[in-house]
Design a binder for this molecule. Structure first.
Ligand code: ADP
Ligand code: NI
Length: 210
């Protein structure tokens, strides 16, 4: 069944251009399965959580967080997914997002912890760098502006409405993710990707200051 849902999502999200395209979903799905092999959890909930986690992200719906769960339920109903499984998947969608440096985003199930780790791994490393600039471009953000300093947002509202630069996004989110991973497997995978981003930023600074 997850393959049929994956097929459906591929058609809908293939040409999305903000870094939330089908291939992001596909990578999160794969990484979730990999982490689950090591950490356990219910396979169906993990796979559906991964496949549906960005189905209607608030970032693309005027900050509205209620559309994602609604669309996910609609889709899961059309594929006759068990109601108890649906409830767990919806919880993942509701809890997964980063909400600012000062805002805790705990996942209430092992399945959620795994999918959140997989999603965050795709936000860092080479993949994270590519996605950050794609998103920044799509949202008309500046690449870098030395006159604007990063903000460690203390509330989701502040984070949601902030219009910072993409380089600042590294300091406001991406560099902080390594220490917010849930599972041992996720932490291990995050370290190498983190180092790569640090190297990129060092080189960026070097070239900027030349
Ligand atoms: P989350 O729900 O935790 O935000 P997503 O799967 O929606 O995770 O992906 C978020 C990704 O979108 C970020 O890691 C980054 O690549 C991109 N993104 C979000 N906000 C910004 C921003 N302000 N500047 C640049 N990229 C951003
Ligand atoms: Ni995602």
């Amino acid at each position: 069944m997850t393959y049929k849902i994956a097929d459906h999502l591929k058609k809908e999200f293939l040409h999305e251009s903000t870094g939330h395209d089908w291939w992001h979903i596909y990578r999160v799905w794969n990484t979730s399965k990999y982490i689950a092999q090591k950490e356990g959890g219910n396979q169906e909930i993990i796979e559906l959580g991964a496949l549906l986690h960005d189905i209607a992200d608030w970032k693309f719906h005027d900050g509205d967080e209620s559309i994602g769960p609604k669309k996910a339920i609609e889709l899961m109903n059309s594929f006759q997914i068990d109601k108890n499984v649906q409830a767990e998947v919806v919880k993942i969608i509701q809890e997964i997002s980063y909400k600012g440096a000062g805002v805790k985003t705990p996942m209430s199930s092992l399945e959620g912890k795994i999918v959140q780790d997989a999603d965050r791994l795709d936000a860092i490393g080479a993949m994270g760098i590519a996605r950050a600039f794609a998103y920044g471009g799509a949202k008309h953000r500046e690449i870098h502006n030395p006159e604007i300093t990063p903000i460690l947002h203390g509330s989701f509202e502040e984070y949601k409405t902030s219009k910072g630069t993409t380089i600042n996004h590294f300091h406001e989110k991406l560099l902080l993710l390594k220490d917010r991973m849930n599972t041992a497997t996720g932490k291990e995978l995050a370290n190498q990707r983190h180092e790569y981003m640090v190297e990129f930023l060092t080189q960026f600074d070097l070239e900027w200051n030349n």
